[in-house]
Design a protein around this ligand. Structure first.
Ligand SMILES: Cc1cc2nc3c(=O)[nH]c(=O)nc-3n(C[C@H](O)[C@H](O)[C@H](O)COP(=O)(O)O)c2cc1C
Length: 177
C-alpha cells in the first residue's frame, strides 16, 4: 500500500472482528509512532498498549455520556499519556508552550494510526475518555493527563471503507503565488 492509498483507507473503525491483536504488533506500532517529530524533540508522551482481557476491562474508561459503547468489543487500546519534563512544564506555563504539546500529541497520533493501518490494523482515535479512571486503571498518579486513546483491532468482516466526508477542498486550500 502506498502512502496515498493509506490516507484513503485509514478511517475511524467502530466495529472490530474477534481476531486478537498480537502484542508485538502493538509494540511495533508504538515504536514507529515514537519516531514522530515534536517541539524541541521533547517527545512529551508515553504509550500504554492494553491488550487481551485487560482491553475489555479498560473499555469503560472511554465510555462517557452514552458515547463509545462499541469499544466494549474492541480487542486493544493504546493510551497516550502526556509526559512533559519539568523544564517543558515551566516553559509551558511561561510561554503557552502547552499548545506545542497538543501539536506533538496530534503528530504522534497521526503516526500511530497510519502505522497501524499499514500493518493491516484499523483504529479509532478517542477523545472522549475519563482521565481519572485511566490513571487508576494504569496505576499512574492522580492528575496525570491522557489526551487521547486509540482503539485498535481488525475491522469486522464486511466493514466497508467509507468515502471521505470532508469540506470542499477549495474551502481548506488556497494557492498563493
Ligand atoms: C481528537 C479526536 C477525538 C475523537 N474522539 C472520538 C471519540 O471519542 N469517539 C469516536 O467514535 N470517534 C472519535 N474521533 C473520530 C472522529 O469522529 C473522526 O476522525 C472524524 O469524524 C473523521 O472520520 P474518519 O476518521 O473516519 O476519517 C475523534 C477524532 C479525533 C481526531
Amino acid at each position: 500500500m502506498n502512502l496515498e492509498e493509506l490516507y484513503l483507507k485509514r478511517q475511524s473503525t467502530r466495529k472490530y472482528s474477534d481476531k486478537k491483536v498480537a502484542d508485538e504488533d502493538l509494540e511495533k506500532i508504538c515504536r514507529l509512532a515514537a519516531l514522530a517529530p515534536s517541539a524541541k524533540n521533547s517527545q512529551p508522551w508515553k504509550m500504554f498498549a492494553i491488550n487481551g482481557d485487560k482491553a475489555a476491562q479498560f473499555a469503560h474508561c472511554v465510555q462517557m455520556f452514552g458515547a463509545n459503547g462499541w469499544t466494549q468489543h474492541c480487542p486493544a487500546f493504546i493510551v497516550i499519556e502526556l509526559n512533559r519534563g519539568k523544564f517543558e512544564e515551566k516553559i509551558a506555563q511561561k510561554f503557552t508552550f502547552a499548545d506545542f504539546a497538543g501539536n506533538d500529541i496530534g503528530l504522534l497520533t497521526a503516526h500511530l494510526v497510519l502505522a497501524a493501518e499499514n500493518m493491516g490494523l484499523q483504529t479509532c482515535i478517542l477523545g472522549i475518555r475519563n482521565e481519572k479512571e485511566i490513571a487508576q486503571f494504569l496505576g499512574e498518579p492522580e492528575g496525570t493527563r491522557f489526551p487521547l486513546v486509540i482503539a485498535v483491532g481488525y475491522a469486522a468482516e464486511g466493514y466497508e471503507v467509507r468515502p471521505k466526508d470532508r469540506k470542499p477542498f477549495d474551502e481548506v486550500f488556497k494557492l498563493v503565488k
